[in-house]
Design a protein around this ligand. Structure first.
Ligand code: IPE
Ligand code: IPE
Ligand code: MG
Length: 233
């Protein structure tokens, strides 16, 4: 494959789990674990971009993560704010387009502004599309899609899969081929419920701060050893 050709995988999505356990194993506070975890994002983004994979989605904060202690939530919000600001020049120089998946309105206003600025500054980039799922919940996404459709007063038998897809946060983004979850848990935790109907899963016991670009390559190799059938024989 030449460096210019597009990778056969269109979309990888990652549930970046295990920051808290990483911190506890290393005798550090959970917040330090989140700091390490946030730092780890860039090398993975870099690798996906190098591989010419067109779409990467990262799960940064779920709608259920609001139920964590207040201080942990505010630390996460501040880390995400810092990371978006710090990475902006890099994202622009790498031709990466950033999209937010989730509800912006209940995020702290400084974070909303940073996300908006990053989306605007990168919107014409033509390389990797990096979707950041932040205050994202799959059920909320589907419910909101249905509410939007119903607001146009359609007749029920005219509603199609396409209508639902066009009103998800991920409108225009292909379904993930491969979903990686680090941290050892074997569950989906409300991530990309609609879009993952036929995704391949790769579960890694590595905690997110320890997951390297080599581990990503390993997950991709495993993906290529699978046979996707989509219900056919
Ligand atoms: C993932 O790490 C980060 C978020 C969910 C925001 P965790 O904080 O869930 O780490 P563990 O699962 O407690 O180890
Ligand atoms: C999933 O991890 C959410 C993110 C990685 C942002 P959680 O740690 O919140 O998932 P559960 O609670 O173990 O299912
Ligand atoms: Mg977790």
């Amino acid at each position: 494959m030449t460096s210019e050709s597009i990778h056969p995988i269109s979309h990888i999505a990652i549930i970046m789990d295990g920051n808290g356990r990483w911190a506890s194993i290393n005798g550090l506070s959970r917040n330090k674990g989140h700091e390490k975890g946030t730092e780890n994002i860039q090398s993975i983004v870099q690798r996906v971009s190098e591989l010419k994979i067109k779409f990467l989605t990262i799960f940064a904060f779920s709608t259920e993560n609001w139920n964590r202690p207040k201080l942990e939530v505010s630390t996460l919000m501040n880390l995400l704010f810092d990371s978006i600001n710090k990475q902006l020049d890099y994202l622009i120089s790498e031709n990466i387009r950033v999209i937010h998946l989730g509800e912006k309105s209940s995020l702290p206003s400084h974070l909303q502004k940073a996300i908006y600025k990053c989306e605007q500054a990168t919107k014409n980039n033509t390389g990797l599309t990096l979707s950041v799922a932040l205050n994202y919940g799959g059920r909320t996404e589907i419910l909101n899609s249905i509410i939007k459709i119903l607001s146009t007063n359609p007749s029920p038998n005219q509603i199609t899969f396409k209508n639902i897809e066009e009103n998800l946060y991920t409108s225009g983004i292909p379904d993930p081929d491969l979903i990686i979850r680090t941290g050892g848990e074997k569950r989906i935790s409300n991530f990309l419920l609609w879009q993952s109907a036929y995704s391949e899963y790769f579960f890694s016991d590595l905690l997110w701060p320890d997951f390297t670009s080599k581990d990503l390559d390993n997950a991709i190799d495993t993906y290529f050893s699978r046979q996707r059938r989509f219900g056919k024989v």
